[in-house]
Ligand binder design. Sequence first.
Ligand SMILES: [Zn+2]
Length: 327
Amino acid sequence: MIKEILPGIFQIEIPLPKNPLKALNSYLIIGKDEFLLVDTGFNRIECKKALFEALDSLDADLKKTQVLITHLHADHSGLAEVLYKKGATLLMEPGEAQRIKALSQEKNWETMKEDLKTFGIDAGEDFFDDHPGKIYAPKGDFTYQEINEGEYIVIGDYSFEVILVPGHTPGMINLFDRKKGIYISADHVLETITPNIGFWGYDQERMLEKYLNSLGKVKDYPITVMLPSHRGLIAKPKARIEELMAHHEERLEEVENIINGKSAPLTVEDVARNMDWRIPAKSWEDFPLPQKSFAAGEAMSHLEYLKDHGRIKAYWEGRVIYFVSNA
Ligand SMILES: [Zn+2]
């Protein structure tokens, strides 16, 4: 489905089959004989078909198209290499670009399994075999142009400032036309979904802290409409940002209570098992493995925040990290 939501800005709905996110909003912005595409969909046939049919019907010439990848997740980056091979220019934040390239490397997933072991999760051989980030990532190599915080992308009547909003991933990019109040929020702010704030390895600490700071950074921007990557447009961005901030404060209290409610030290998995999740699984053991890794990451980002703010304590025993009450 294609909708012109603002003059020259087309929202392309890319289906994400069998994924709880259901669909991705790609945006095509049409300038004077040039195009800017924001995000691509998974590297799978249903996404490719929807995207290319839309680009065709909007007469987008890929050789005159810049493709901005907001962040590394495969529903956003999956078709980057396919578009590159057809002549498009890729724009990526440099750290995020390296992480996108790593998605197709086995080593990346081995490291993630090692990290899960520190959470108390025994991630077996096939743990990531069904992970969308592994299956639907860009497969071949590509080159890209770097984009960084504070730079501008001018297209047609629009002048988009590049806004760096680490949190959901370490180097996510948003776009803001300050004059027109149009903000492309990727997965930083979503209307009916709470963006997952996870764990990106022990060299990428404090993701929840960074996310809350990134929400604070955007909260008072003069935004009239926010264009997110999933579900509908956000008419009241400030109110939604405040809701997300409150959600994480509640989540932090929930995790703190779990730690304080047990006298024994807990692993990340123990905490995740005791948190409330809105997913259709009967117990922690029934979580699909990709959901298990997202949930454990979410637990870890909150545990780390509580530890950094002196609300709980952490210690290592062998290769496993444990959390315990301050009391
Ligand atoms: Zn994402």
